[in-house]
Design a protein around this ligand. Structure first.
Ligand SMILES: Cc1cc2nc3c(=O)[nH]c(=O)nc-3n(C[C@H](O)[C@H](O)[C@H](O)COP(=O)(O)O)c2cc1C
Length: 134
């Protein structure tokens, strides 16, 4: 696990929607946008699964996730790699439901995807592109 530096956290928190990539156990990639993504602390990101289909299937067989963010203001971009735990009951799931239903009570809140950050890479173009920063 690594801690997200402030610049990474700020870039991710300002981006909406956020592209997230998952893969099947055979390595078939899939990218979707999510709006309901929240940074809980420097190591942990919560994502609300309201409509995941291939994403849910992928996370059921492969816990790896890749999250991309970019700021046109700061010209910073990062790839955040992590592993997920998926919750459908319990306090973490209840917390997600409270958050999501505070925004829209009609959302299904099917499951809660908790990401623990493993690695972060610079994704801005230039000489440092692709370099691991944490
Ligand atoms: C702007 C935007 C925001 C979205 N936000 C979410 C979200 O927060 N949670 C969610 O479950 N799906 C969200 N979706 C739907 C997913 O992007 C996607 O359509 C869904 O997971 C089905 O694709 P899949 O079969 O690849 O998983 C959003 C879609 C768009 C276009």
């Amino acid at each position: 696990m690594v801690k997200m530096p402030a610049e990474v956290r700020e870039t991710l928190e300002k981006q909406k929607p956020v592209p997230i990539a998952t893969a099947s156990k055979d390595g078939i990639p899939n990218v979707v946008f999510v709006g309901m993504l929240k940074v809980l602390d420097d190591e942990t990101i919560m994502i609300a699964d309201n409509f995941f289909y291939k994403t849910a299937a992928n996370l059921g067989e492969n816990p790896q996730i890749s999250i991309l963010c970019y700021s046109s203001e700061t010209k910073k971009s990062f790839q955040i790699k992590g592993k997920v735990e998926v919750h459908t009951t319990g306090p973490v799931h209840e917390e997600m439901l409270k958050w999501v239903h505070g925004i829209n009570p009609k959302l299904p809140g099917k499951s809660t995807v908790m990401v623990k950050v493993d690695k972060i890479y610079n994704a801005m173009w230039g000489p440092a592109a692709g370099k691991q920063i944490a």
